[in-house]
Design a binder for this molecule. Structure first.
Ligand code: CDP
Ligand code: CDP
Length: 203
């Protein structure tokens, strides 16, 4: 049985954390679609043409160790405005979404463009300050030398670019359940997500 759960939202809102927990809860596969754009962004920083890189993208490219850096995040949001880059990544995402056994996909346009027919859609958000603080703690724990202000600037610049692009802009689908995690623990956010999805599951 195919069952698609779309989880969209801005940078560092908690999409990935919630997606992994939801996928484990339901026994579904999980695809972090941001990694696709990060992999193309990393190749652009290597000097490759982003459209050619997206067309030739291989799953092994998603294992690069440098995909989580703020430099690659910025490059990802720059290649993500290019219509031909987005088009090259559609088939892979849709095939994953309809895999048997169920799929959780997190990104920016899953509920609106990639899987408008998804059985359950969540839009996970939080204030920019909360999101920047979370990402700052994550990056510094991994040894990055970066300030909170720099992380906040990265998050705001990407939000701005993601929300205002012509192609597949970041916005909640009309039928998405909105979960603001600003004041929620991870466990509470996951519980809300699971409850919202259970409400959409056939009995
Ligand atoms: O995938 P996305 O960029 O939306 O966010 P994430 O990587 O899941 O979460 C960013 C950071 O916020 C992680 O370090 C999570 O542990 C943390 N987080 C949190 O503190 N409280 C939540 N309710 C959700 C996530
Ligand atoms: O983890 P975080 O939320 O910070 O970022 P991400 O999900 O890894 O996405 C990196 C960038 O890829 C975003 O800022 C978007 O510009 C782009 N992206 C997109 O356009 N569409 C998606 N479905 C996923 C990511």
């Amino acid at each position: 049985m195919a069952f698609t759960i779309a989880i969209d939202g801005p940078a560092a809102a908690g999409k990935g954390t919630i997606s992994k927990a939801v996928a484990a809860h339901f026994g579904f596969g999980h695809l972090d679609t941001g990694l696709l754009y990060r992999a193309v962004g990393a190749k652009m920083l290597d000097g490759d043409n982003p459209v050619a890189a997206a067309e030739a993208l291989d799953v092994s490219d998603l294992d690069r160790e440098d995909l989580r850096t703020p430099e690659v995040a910025q490059a990802a949001s720059k290649v993500a405005v290019i219509a031909a880059v987005r088009a090259a990544l559609v088939d892979f995402q849709r095939a994953f979404a309809r895999r048997s056994g169920g799929a959780v996909m997190d990104g920016r346009d899953i509920g609106t463009v990639i899987c408008p027919e998804a059985e359950a859609k969540l839009f996970v958000t939080a204030s920019a300050d909360v999101r920047a603080r979370r990402r700052f703690l994550e990056l510094t724990a991994k040894g990055s030398v970066i300030t909170l202000d720099e992380v906040l600037a990265d998050v705001k610049a990407r939000d701005e670019r993601d929300m205002n692009r012509a192609e597949a802009p970041l916005r909640p689908a009309e039928d998405a359940v909105i979960i603001d995690t600003s004041a929620l623990s991870i466990d509470d956010a996951v519980a809300k997500a699971i409850a919202a999805i259970e409400a959409r599951k056939p009995r």
